[in-house]
Design a protein around this ligand. Sequence first.
Ligand code: CP3
Length: 344
Amino acid sequence: MAQQKTILRALAGETLPTPPIWMMRQAGRYLPEYRATRAQAGDFLSLCYNSELAAEVTLQPIRRYGFDASILFADILLLPQALGADLWFVTGEGPRLSTIDSQADFDKLLPVDAIHDTLNPIYETVRILRRELPTETTLIGFAGAPWTVATYMIAGRGTPDQGPAHALKDTNPALFDQVIDRLTEGTILYLSEQIKAGAEVVKLFDSWAGSLKGADFDKYSLDPIKKIIAALKAMHPETPIIAFPRGAGERYAGFAKATGADCVAFDDAVTAEWVAQNVQTDGCVQGNLQSSHMVTGGDDLVSETRRICQALSKGPHIFNLGHGITPDADPENVQLMIDTVRAG
Ligand code: CP3
């Protein structure tokens, strides 16, 4: 039997002598080859829906650095678009969508089984990647978690405090629950199709989980993620699932057990030492290095990378950043991080 890929071994709970490594947003604007392909595609969304070019940018960081995993190039906002929301990106500002303020806005959305009409090119990207990736590289598919995607769908844009989504949740919970339920069902179908096309692992990004407090955290971050994982595990029991409830703080503890996730990804607001004691006891963990080290580099990058590896060396661990790499990062610092992790 072929040796299992390192990421899959870590996700199965194995403690490896050297943690496998990949990076959130590893295909992105800090790489000159990404900027060139994006210019060829036109805009960001055209790149996402061009299967050949999306596969090309997914492969670029694998060729340059030999990461242990690649993440499908797409975006969490493609699902709302496939559900009928308008979506566009304003250069230098970020995403814009049609908003959801009323039942009438919600009623304009499409039923979940319509999503594949729009998302077929994404599944094709996955199929190309499974053919073209090196045999040792794991392919990760992904989607946004319902709460995070809802914050963009309701506000029509990114917001610092997710105010419009909180307001709808508090003033019209019946409508808000319909949004969450539609996204939960759509996410199950979307990820299941990515797995059928060849994704070996899937990850749920709940980037704004940290703004949910108390019972809201359970109801709108934890519960939808748990539902999605249960449905995917019923259809694809072999596929590991990573959950990233960013900003969860002490709620990272117990999150894997409560949701059924095989791995919890964590940000840089908690320490790797705390995670080793309170989260890694339940299985694989991933994350933590501050993205700003990819800009500043030097001795601080090396010592922080070593500290995280050391703190998490007694259990299953995948090395990663605490959030996505930023466009101002220096590609040489990425190499320094990888060399430091692999030097042990
Ligand atoms: O990680 C990867 O390399 C895979 C691809 C990926 C992208 N977005 C590509 C992208 C993934 C996994 C995402 C997830 C995503 N998208 C999240 C969750 C993770 C997180 O960062 O918290 C969110 C909130 C989005 C929504 C989104 N997409 C925003 C707010 C923006 C604009 C901000 C920005 O960085 O420009 C995007 C655009 C986006 N998604 C880019 C990339 C490479 C930049 C687009 C460009 O080339 O101009």
